[in-house]
Design a binder for this molecule. Structure first.
Ligand code: NAP
Length: 316
């Protein structure tokens, strides 16, 4: 068994398949910290490739995944997860023996199912998911600090080469993340409640508001600081990325949605019957959860372009 101690050498040549928010943030962080000798960006549209070159995110920008991964020691999949199978099939002929393939997709069991079969023997697959993001998309949306003080979850299937796992963990740590290893199914269940369901709820509330009569809809936007505003930010997230998340984490999302519906019905009942103690007790307990999030320094965003992104008061 190879030792689980990672070499501290930068990757020699890295292919980023997809250079949107996450891919471009990785490019910026890898450049800033000297983690890659050469970066090859791969995007399907000419405009994204041109933008990646213009922003200095990469040394080369190519359309063909097989050409992009040729001679690379690290390949990062950073497209919406619904595109992974086609991208993996397309890059397969170019993969070098000994290369590490990793990804940033928001679901993990489906990614292992879709990508694994296309990877030849001698290529190591280390699935990953940075728990960091914004509602923006595209190469201009990224920033080097995105992953700092955020978790990156790695979900290597049993038998994954330990050295490859250690190399990917080293990369994320150098980009500022804390790294945890999770079993893929457990990852999908945890993310269903912490990320996928909140997005579904936000999409639904904003949709419900847009279905109101015109005057009420206008006022919902005008007076949105009452709470609605925070949902509109989440509901502005990329439609394709989130379509793919729900289609590829169906079981876990439906399970969490069922539990949520039951809890919502219980609250509905408490309101109907004037059970103030039930409401107050629950709201007190949820307030404690917020304290825990703040104590773990996972509140707010670190986007340096947002002046009030990380409220310092949260860290008191
Ligand atoms: P994004 O900003 O929309 O960028 C997507 C990139 O993938 C673009 O370069 C795009 O190229 C390319 N792409 C899209 N569809 C493709 C297809 N069918 N075939 C080939 N390339 C395609 O997306 P993102 O927010 O960076 O998300 C990328 C991945 O990160 C997703 O798997 C997502 O689940 C995961 N993730 C996202 C967040 C977040 O908050 N956004 C957080 C953690 C993980 P073109 O521009 O040429 O179309």
């Amino acid at each position: 068994m190879t030792p689980a101690v990672a070499s501290e050498d930068p990757f020699r040549r890295v292919a980023l398949i997809g250079v949107g928010l996450i891919g471009s943030s990785m490019a910026r962080a890898m450049r800033r910290h000297g983690l890659a000798g050469e970066i090859v960006a791969c995007a399907r549209s000419e405009s994204t490739r041109a933008k990646a070159m213009e922003l200095g995110l990469c040394d080369t920008a190519l359309a063909d995944p097989a050409a992009a991964v040729a001679d690379c020691d690290l390949v990062v999949l950073a497209t919406p997860v619904g595109a992974y199978a086609a991208v993996a099939e397309a890059m397969q002929p170019g993969l070098a023996r000994g290369a590490i393939v990793t990804d940033v997709g928001s679901v993990k069991q489906a990614v292992i199912r879709d990508v694994g079969p296309y990877l030849p023997d001698g290529v190591h697959f280390v699935p990953g998911h940075p728990i960091a993001g914004t509602e923006q998309s595209g190469p201009e949306a990224g920033f080097a600090e995105l992953f700092e003080e955020r978790y990156c979850l790695l979900t290597p299937p049993p038998g994954t080469d330990e050295w490859a796992v250690a190399r990917v963990a080293w990369l994320w740590r150098r980009m500022g993340s804390m790294v945890d290893i999770l079993e893929p199914g457990h990852h999908d269940m945890v993310l269903a409640i912490t990320s996928h369901l909140p997005h579904l709820i936000a999409y639904t509330i904003v949709h419900t508001a847009t279905g109101l009569e015109e005057s009420t809809r206008q006022e919902a936007i005008k007076y949105s600081a009452g709470g609605f505003r925070d949902f509109t930010r989440i509901a502005a997230s990329d439609p394709v990325m989130w379509r793919d998340v729900f289609l590829n984490n169906r079981e876990a999302v439906l399970e969490m949605l069922q539990r949520f519906s039951e809890d919502l019905t219980a609250l509905q009942r408490a309101i109907r019957w004037g059970e103030g103690d039930v409401l107050e007790d629950l709201f007190r307990r949820t307030r404690e959860v917020r304290r825990g999030v703040i104590e773990q320094r996972q509140a707010g965003s670190f986007d340096p372009r947002e002046p009030h992104a990380e409220d310092p008061a949260d860290h008191k």
